[in-house]
Write a protein that binds this ligand. Sequence first.
Ligand code: 6PG
Length: 265
Amino acid sequence: MAGKLSIKYYVEPDAAALARRTANYFVEMIQEAVARNGQARIAISGGSTPKAAFQLLADPNQPWRSRMPWDKLDIYWVDERCVPPDDADSNYRMTRETLLNSVPLRSDQVHRMEGELEPQVAAAHYESLLRNNFRLEGAEMPRFDLVALGMGDDGHTASLFPHTDAIHALNQLVIANHVPQKDTWRITLTWPVINHASSVFFVIGGKDKSQVLKDVLTGPRDMERLPSQLIRPASGILTLILDKDAAALLPATDGEGCGVLERER
Ligand code: 6PG
């Protein structure tokens, strides 16, 4: 995978500003996709970081809900914990509670990973769903209009955890990944699928992420230890929306709070 990767990061002063910038980015990118293709198919991550932005998108008293072309949007997941959809750890449950319960999406616009099933079965089901919905043939991959990622303080993203089998999965769209560090199974999109998206962005906040973010973006390549380094979008552009604490060890931004890094892909 030759060529340059242009990494653009936007730094916000605090968690509330991070959530507002993220809500705005979702709306703008989804509007652009709908203008281009008449629809927007996005894949979202779970965890805690996205919650505040999802709540802003769902809030009728905020500017974003009314700007979102909900009827043209399909929501998929980047990854899911292998738990039932009403489990406290479920990414689907978090999204339902912060977003889906409050916005006008039909059930056929929401495509959850079936965390309640055997991991391999859930992964196979989701792979089939992607093949059908994106009308894929042979080795084709789905091209999401937007993939939203988080990053753990161990450098994982999606459910691509350090030193786990998922790092080496090249020929599937979705896999079940055993994560010994958490003694659990996860379902995750594979990194080639993520990189095939039209746009990929990270949302990262908190000082506990600052060192690993610096290592991922500016340190030597070590995909086994830092799986987030696997994210090198085919578009050649990677966007990050950060708060000041997470960005503390990155090169200073310009007057508009924007920084740019170049890397070999
Ligand atoms: C998940 C996410 C995962 C998340 C990171 C960061 O299932 O947990 O998809 O990849 O983005 O773990 O999580 P926080 O946002 O909670 O820090």
